[in-house]
Design a protein around this ligand. Structure first.
Ligand code: SAM
Length: 291
């Protein structure tokens, strides 16, 4: 992979970029950026890589929390979204100029390899994992999660307003919350399993999720300085949520557009405290549970 971003353009007094060698077994990942914040005590590193190949390069038990939103292929193939019905030319997914990103081949075999790598990198005694699902992938892949992790909750993300749908119109997604077969609890027992956050409208990155969805996961399951991992980074919403919780973050995405978008979003956030890709809160509740 060749380097396609100018690290000098990110120069600022609050963060630095440099190639990472310490977090990985080897130096095979050439396309990566590192940002430091909180007086350089916390680190965010993002890599351009395939999720499974990236996870394989991480040391065992090096991550406290996985929060992730994979690009499942099943739902889109099933619904046959076709040319431009949803965003851009779906049939050109993954092409350089295409608006739509590549998908993770969510065959059972691939998913098993993905989960077994997640299990290996997560700490045994304390690791928690949150995996997002649309309803189609939940029914086809969700039960496999049980073979690797101890599922504690099926959380519903209520997007408040209805979206597309051929029969009933979709208004929600699911999140499986599980532990790495340990008994570590979440922050407190007052949090509900239905989360109401509006979707991000006119997002610059397809399927950009509200930071609040990841913030809920990280707030409930992490402590300061924990290492949070997202191997399907997209626009970087999970990284922004990790920074808001003073956690270290390590993530990857296969797409160079994602790395470009997420790196400028992260650097601007560290520099200014402003999220350039989500200007307003998506919460509709009076009290969000981390406030
Ligand atoms: C649903 S999006 C994630 C959106 C993200 N949560 C956000 O808020 O912006 C899924 C991401 O997975 C990436 N992706 C697809 N196949 C991948 C693979 N094999 N390995 C890593 N990333 C992949 C896509 O490029 C896309 O950015």
């Amino acid at each position: 992979m060749h380097k396609m971003y100018d690290t000098h353009s990110f120069a600022s007094s609050n963060y630095i970029n440099q190639n990472i060698t310490s977090a990985c077994h080897d130096n095979n990942i050439s396309n990566h950026l590192e940002f430091k914040y909180n007086n350089l005590n916390n680190k965010v590193s993002i890599h351009q890589d395939d999720a499974i190949s990236f996870l394989k390069k991480l040391p065992s038990q090096s991550v406290d929390l996985i929060v992730t939103d994979p690009a499942y292929s099943g739902m889109n193939n099933k619904l046959k979204l076709g040319k431009g019905r949803i965003v851009g030319q779906y049939s050109q997914k993954g092409d350089k100029e295409s608006k739509w990103f590549s998908e993770f081949e969510d065959s059972e075999e691939n998913y098993i390899e993905f989960l077994s790598q997640c299990k290996r990198v997560l700490k045994k005694s304390t690791g928690h994992i949150y995996i997002m699902f649309d309803s189609y992938s939940l029914l086809t892949l969700g039960s496999i999660v049980r073979d690797y992790f101890d599922i504690k909750n099926l959380i519903t993300w209520d997007k408040v307003n209805i979206g597309m749908g051929h029969y009933y119109r979709r208004r929600h997604e699911y999140i499986i919350f599980a532990t790495n077969n340990n008994n570590r609890k979440i922050k407190n027992r007052k949090f509900p399993d239905v989360w109401r956050f509006k979707r991000v409208h006119n997002s610059a990155y397809p399927t950009q999720k509200p930071v609040e969805v990841f913030q809920a996961m990280i707030y409930a399951s992490a402590e300061e300085n924990f290492t949070v991992c997202d191997p399907f980074l997209g626009s970087g919403s999970s990284a922004i949520a990790a920074i808001k919780n003073s956690c270290n973050f390590i993530g990857c995405d296969i797409s160079n557009k994602s790395i470009e978008v997420a790196s400028s979003r992260i650097s601007k956030y560290i520099e200014s405290g402003k999220d350039i890709m989500q200007k307003n809160s998506t919460s509709v509740e009076e009290n969000i549970f981390w406030e």
